[in-house]
Write a new protein. Structure first.
Length: 474
């Protein structure tokens, strides 16, 4: 048996790997068998909940009715669209667009410089909706060390007869946690990454935003076709990529967006981390952006707490993905040196995979079984500085209004971040003088059973779109 770097493993080493692998498989199987039971269990947490400023109710955070989601515009995108041809589906699934070939970054190019843009027809799960103008964009951004790098993204605007120069813009960071290539928004919305959960979770919010006439800019957080692991979990990197994607979108001449119009940020789960960092960075990094309001939901505000909380739970696979996504921007983590052979095998698979379906493979798997010395990754000394640098609420106060929403308590099987961390984040923002408020959701099994529509739409942040649109359009 040969390792990545070509070293040979002895028979005894092979037997050891086999034992580890068998143990992992047994845990995976037993985990799957108890998912239903765990879904009905109310987990407990040792964190005390602080008392953050709570939402003032200025705009009701109601669950949108189906008629609001499927409004005249939304129905028009379906009515005026068509099923994709076999060739269009094949090209989309192949995700081999030459657009992603990177040109040299011009000397002196500022972050947000648009390198190229390409008009395309939105294609999602075999259907080409009508009345949506869309562009792929490639632009200059920065990594966490301040080096100029390239990112791609997508701009999507409803064709509703309104001049684009009058539209407010939403910088939307999807709940996309994929470390692998060709998994991110510009591929998702052009026919690739078929079935990815982050795109499905964005359908409702996007429909509501377009119904309100909002343009949307989404960053891929790196060049989507880059085969190297993507740093989606490095919040500082993601925040800069989102802001620079906005800057680039204003230079897509055919889109005609107006940089003076209000901007909102919307991010759920992993996308919430990048969205919140973008809000923190706005004052000093992108002061020209007219940021008015930010909504983030169910985000990992404290990286070490997230690792500790999610490890061994339903979302345990996302712990590994988080570590690999951080390593992409912080190579000093040297993940492989901390992983045992079974851990390296899983990590190599994740590095080349989209989140769906790969990251759901390891429910309830304790990460210590994949690390040398049976050690929890939350406690590895080499990781602590990286965790701290990606914690929220310790930089600049966010500009504009900030709404943070999460499950009010850790009583849902879908919870992977402790509710107390979102509450503490709002308290930190408020202490900095930010206009930040917290809104807690009822996510428990009672809501799941009795009102799944409410449970699901709130999970995707759809209850907050009216608030965001009102703030931007007022």
């Amino acid at each position: 048996m040969t390792h990545r770097h070509g070293s040979t493993v002895s028979d005894s080493g092979t037997r050891g790997i086999g034992k580890i692998t068998a143990r992992v498989v047994r845990l995976l199987v037993s985990g799957v068998l108890v998912i239903a039971a765990m879904a009905l269990t109310v987990p407990t947490t040792a964190w005390a909940d602080p008392a953050p400023p709570t939402y003032d109710g200025s705009v009701p955070l109601d669950v949108p009715k189906a008629s609001e989601v499927f409004s005249g515009f939304t129905l028009g995108t379906i009515r005026d669209g068509r099923a994709a041809t076999t060739e269009e589906n094949f090209v989309g699934l192949l995700a081999d667009d030459p657009f992603y070939a990177e040109p040299p970054i011009p000397a002196g190019a500022a972050p947000g410089t648009l390198l190229k843009a390409k008009r395309f027809d939105v294609l999602f799960t075999g259907y080409r909706p009508g009345n949506i103008a869309a562009w792929k964009i490639m632009y200059v951004t920065e990594d966490v060390r301040g080096r100029k790098v390239i990112s791609t993204g997508v701009v999507m605007i409803p064709e509703d007869g309104r001049p684009n120069s009058t539209r407010s813009v939403v910088a939307y960071q999807e709940a996309n946690d994929s470390v692998g290539p060709k998994c991110h928004p510009s591929t998702q919305w052009s026919g690739g990454a078929y079935g990815d959960a982050s795109a499905w979770s964005a359908l409702g919010p996007l429909a509501l935003m377009w119904n309100r006439g909002l343009a949307v800019v989404i960053s891929d957080i790196g060049n989507d076709a880059d085969p190297k692991p993507h740093g989606v979990f490095a919040g500082r990197y993601a925040g800069m990529a989102l802001l620079n994607g906005l800057r680039a979108a204003y230079h897509v001449g055919a889109a005609g967006l107006n940089p003076a119009k209000p901007v909102g940020i919307f991010g759920v789960a992993g996308g919430g981390v990048g969205g919140a960092f973008a809000a923190e960075y706005a004052n000093h990094y992108a002061p020209e952006i007219n940021l008015k309001a930010t909504m983030v939901e169910a985000l990992a505000a404290d990286q070490k707490n997230f690792i500790t909380f999610a490890d061994g739970a339903l979302g345990s696979g996302f712990v590994m993905a988080t570590l690999l996504g951080l390593e992409a921007q912080y190579p000093e983590m040297r993940m492989n040196s901390h992983l045992n052979p079974a851990g390296r095998a899983l990590a190599d698979y994740y590095r080349a995979s989209c989140q769906t379906y790969a990251y759901f493979m390891a429910p309830f798997l304790p990460m210590r079984l994949l690390f040398n010395g049976n050690r929890s990754p939350a406690d590895i000394p080499a990781f602590q500085r990286v965790y701290a640098q990606n914690n929220l609420g310790y930089g600049d106060a966010p500009r504009g209004k900030m709404l943070v929403t999460s499950c009010a308590s850790d009583d849902s099987f879908m919870v992977v971040t402790p509710a107390s961390d979102s509450k503490k984040l709002v308290s930190r923002y408020a202490a900095q003088g930010a206009d930040a408020q917290y809104y807690g959701l009822q996510c428990g099994i009672d809501t799941f059973i009795t009102d799944m529509y409410k449970w699901g739409t709130e999970l995707f942040g759809m209850h907050t779109v009216d608030w965001l649109a009102t703030e931007l359009n007022s």
